[in-house]
Design a binder for this molecule. Structure first.
Ligand SMILES: Cc1cc2nc3c(=O)[nH]c(=O)nc-3n(C[C@H](O)[C@H](O)[C@H](O)COP(=O)(O)OP(=O)(O)OC[C@H]3O[C@@H](n4cnc5c(N)ncnc54)[C@H](O)[C@@H]3O)c2cc1C
Ligand SMILES: NC(=O)c1ccc[n+]([C@@H]2O[C@H](COP(=O)([O-])OP(=O)(O)OC[C@H]3O[C@@H](n4cnc5c(N)ncnc54)[C@H](OP(=O)(O)O)[C@@H]3O)[C@@H](O)[C@H]2O)c1
Length: 387
């Protein structure tokens, strides 16, 4: 690694990440049993690394050492056996499993090798490798990890090098940047939800989110680099276009960056934030900052949806529809609509609500509402950052 001061921002990338300290981490969902969401601050001091609100930070994690030990135990390896890592360096297999290889989610290549090595005991799996059975294979693999397959097929005997050779390289995860350099020089903040679930009788945890939540402290240095958000940008400082930001859960991260930037630069147009989480008392992330932003005018309006504080679910798209008449006025005044967070459910429902609001309050037919949204996309007034 060369001296940080010598770098321009673009000098940091996958091959040459910034190795940064994380001086501060704070649990945002304090007192909530169902959520484990963290505020993370990365120190950029002296690195020369810069970013724009709307960019994401790529983080290269390490695997949980306990996971690696369990896998070694299932494979019958001591952990000291030497293997070549992806860079061709000879290291103990335990070290390679912690630092270099993806050891959680099995892929097709892994399954094919397992079927070949396990013989009869894996014959039921062989048919899932038929390219036409992609969906069945995905269903079978959902919630299963490499260790499950190793344990279920003990007659597949692996050599350490042969085993690591079929694993993918451990790769970065992206996190929306939750701060603005104009407001927080030399810092990069993230909002990270730890992925934890139970499947097939085992407790599981996401590699990078729990690396950040559980396995680092202020002395750890993490490899990271910026990936540009391209279209996910605030309007220029002197552009008075209204902005509507819809960011439930960790989706609020880029909007914290937007509001900080608006505060620091004295943005002109109005701004409306829709935020949702499960409980107001424990998961109203950055609550005090939104209140301050409302007071100083960098945020004009805040609408919240706390899904589990009452019997029926209330989500951000329900609130959008309740506020449909005003939201339509903002759109007609040229508002840019941003959405960030869960792609599979939330962003779909928010998109549907947007169409319905345009139809109902704009007096448009279904087709005309679709055309209106299409035009918003063409005009870059509908911007999505969903995952
Ligand atoms: C542009 C972008 C911005 C992002 N911004 C943020 C952000 O600001 N904050 C944030 O927290 N995340 C963000 N993410 C998501 C983040 O990149 C990671 O995907 C997330 O943290 C999970 O990574 P992980 O390594 O912890 O989990 P992994 O080890 O990658 O595990 C995730 C995998 O576990 C499996 N899985 C998960 N849940 C279940 C379940 N219930 N049952 C069965 N299997 C399951 C699935 O196969 C899933 O793909 C963003 C993603 C993108 C692309
Ligand atoms: N597997 C895990 O343990 C785990 C943990 C964290 C994050 N994740 C994934 O990471 C992503 C982001 O998670 P996150 O923690 O930021 O928040 P999230 O899971 O997206 O939840 C944020 C809020 O959105 C609500 N919500 C659920 N469905 C919605 C919908 N259709 N429309 C609008 N709002 C909806 C949630 O309510 P309810 O939850 O009450 O329905 C919650 O109040 C998601 O893709 C999530 O699946 C997974």
């Amino acid at each position: 690694m060369s001296t940080p001061a010598a770098h321009t921002p673009s000098a940091f990338n996958r091959k040459n990440p910034l190795i940064a300290r994380v001086p501060l981490r704070r649990l945002l969902s304090e007192g909530c049993e169902e959520k484990d969401t963290w505020h993370i601050e990365i120190d950029l001091q002296g690195s020369g690394l810069t970013y724009e609100p709307g960019d994401s930070m790529a983080i290269l994690p390490t695997n949980c050492p306990d996971y690696a030990s369990d896998l070694l135990g299932a494979l019958g390896f001591s952990g000291e056996e030497l293997v070549k890592d992806p860079e061709g360096l000879e290291v103990p297999v335990k070290e390679a499993l912690i630092n270099s290889f993806a050891i959680s989610q099995p892929d097709r290549k892994f399954m094919a090798k397992l079927v070949e090595k396990a013989g009869e005991s894996a014959s039921g799996l062989a048919s899932l490798l038929d390219p036409e059975k992609k969906e069945e294979l995905n269903q079978y693999l959902w919630g299963r990890e490499i260790i499950d397959l190793v344990v279920e097929h003990p007659n597949a005997k692996w050599e350490p090098q042969e085993f690591v050779d079929i694993l993918k390289k451990l790769t970065v995860r992206l996190y929306s940047i939750a701060s603005s350099l104009a407001a927080k020089p030399n810092q990069c903040h993230l909002t990270v939800a730890a992925v934890r679930y139970q499947s097939h009788g085992r407790k599981r945890k996401g590699v990078c989110s729990t690396f950040l939540a559980d396995r680092i402290d202020s002395t750890t240095r993490i490899p990271c680099f910026v990936t540009p958000g391209k279209a996910f940008r605030l309007p220029p400082q002197d552009d008075p276009s209204p902005v509507i930001m819809c960011g439930p859960g960790t989706g609020v991260a880029p909007f914290r960056a937007f509001v900080q930037e608006r505060q620091a630069t004295g943005a002109k147009g109005p701004a409306w934030l829709f935020f949702g989480e499960i409980h107001e008392a424990t998961c109203f992330f950055y609550h005090e900052e939104w209140q301050a932003a409302l007071a100083d005018g960098s945020l004009t309006k805040l609408t919240t949806a706390f899904s589990r504080d009452q019997k029926e679910k209330i989500y951000v798209h329900h609130r959008m529809k309740q506020e449909g008449a005003e939201l339509w006025q903002w759109l007609e005044n040229g508002a840019i609509f941003y959405v960030c967070g869960d792609a599979s459910r939330m962003a779909v429902d928010v998109d549907k609500a947007l169409h319905e609001i345009i139809a109902e309050h704009g007096g448009r037919s279904v087709e005309e509402a679709t055309a209106y949204v299409e035009q918003m996309k063409k005009d870059k007034r509908y911007r999505r950052d969903v995952y």
